[in-house]
Ligand binder design. Structure first.
Ligand SMILES: [Fe+2]
Length: 284
């Protein structure tokens, strides 16, 4: 059965003020009290904070949270991960409370990317309030999608498919796009030298107007543009990309494909039908 969705992303950052502006004022996520002054927590739906940024020495992803069905499925997957030769650490009660989940295990994938498999999110029934965005598309498709780098791309790919239960949806050169629910891709792997790192995070908005208004906010707030408005050839998402405070590629999209029945995997030869004109990152 395997992973059901991307549940959350946890980052460490040297600049919380920049993230407050980026995730709150630009993306339009709802900042909530995470109980720690050195942490910013953002909700986009009734799940616990989907994006958590903790003040630290480095700029890196500390966890990609992947939701699984229940306690038994978590135990089964943790055993499968260990059988694949990868150590797992069980989250403590305190760590579970901080994440507002019932149980989780932490591990590093073969590319070195930090993963948390969890179950039992503690839902928040205080209605979400995001005045800047009419809504974020989550539900059975989870938070969005993430792309990480891995030097051992094949080993990492095999791990996500054979152990965690992802399905290969398509490829583009040295990048693989994997699904685990109707979202065309929840996860991607790009072959790069060096330790695994977060490259890209996508959130899907409920309307085209939400994406247009986010474009206006990017311009007004001076958020650097990475890819102009365009439409992807794999998930048909209409989106644009900006650079986050630490130069992650953040995509704001609308109307991504829902894959309701598995289709044979395929290779794409172009990322976009139109648009997505690339601008290199500004100098820091
Ligand atoms: Fe994307």
């Amino acid at each position: 059965m395997g992973v059901r969705s991307l549940g959350y992303v946890r980052l460490e950052s040297t600049d919380l003020d920049a993230w407050k502006l980026f995730a709150g004022d630009f993306i339009g996520a709802m900042q909530v009290d995470g109980g720690d002054p050195d942490t910013l927590s953002f909700r986009i739906d009734h799940h616990p904070a989907r994006l958590v940024v903790r003040r630290g020495e480095a700029n890196r992803m500390t966890a990609m949270g992947l939701e699984v069905l229940d306690r038994r499925e978590l135990a089964r997957l943790a055993a499968a991960v260990e059988a694949a030769g990868i150590a797992v650490t069980t989250g403590t009660a305190e760590e579970c409370a901080e994440r507002r989940v019932t149980g989780f295990v932490h591990l590093a994938d073969p590319g070195g990317n930090p993963v948390e498999l969890y179950y039992g999110p503690v839902l928040d029934h205080v209605p979400i309030s995001t005045p800047l965005v009419s809504g974020f598309v989550t539900g059975d498709m989870g938070m969005g999608h993430v792309i990480v780098s891995a030097e051992d791309a094949e080993g990492t790919l095999n791990f996500y498919i054979d152990v965690l239960g992802f399905v290969e949806r398509n490829t583009m050169g040295r990048t693989w796009f994997l699904g685990c629910n109707p979202r065309h891709h929840t996860f991607g792997i790009a072959r790069r030298r060096g330790p695994g790192a977060l490259m890209h995070l996508m959130v899907e908005m409920a309307s085209l107007d939400d994406v247009g208004l986010a474009l206006d906010r990017a311009e007004r707030l001076g958020v650097p543009m990475m890819n102009s408005l365009g439409k992807h050839t794999n998930d048909h998402m209409v989106s644009f990309y900006v650079y986050s405070p630490e130069r992650y590629a953040i995509e704001c999209g609308w109307n991504g494909l829902r894959v309701l029945e598995e289709q044979p995997t395929y290779e794409i030869t172009k990322g976009a039908f139109w648009g997505h004109k690339f601008t290199p990152p500004p100098n820091p």
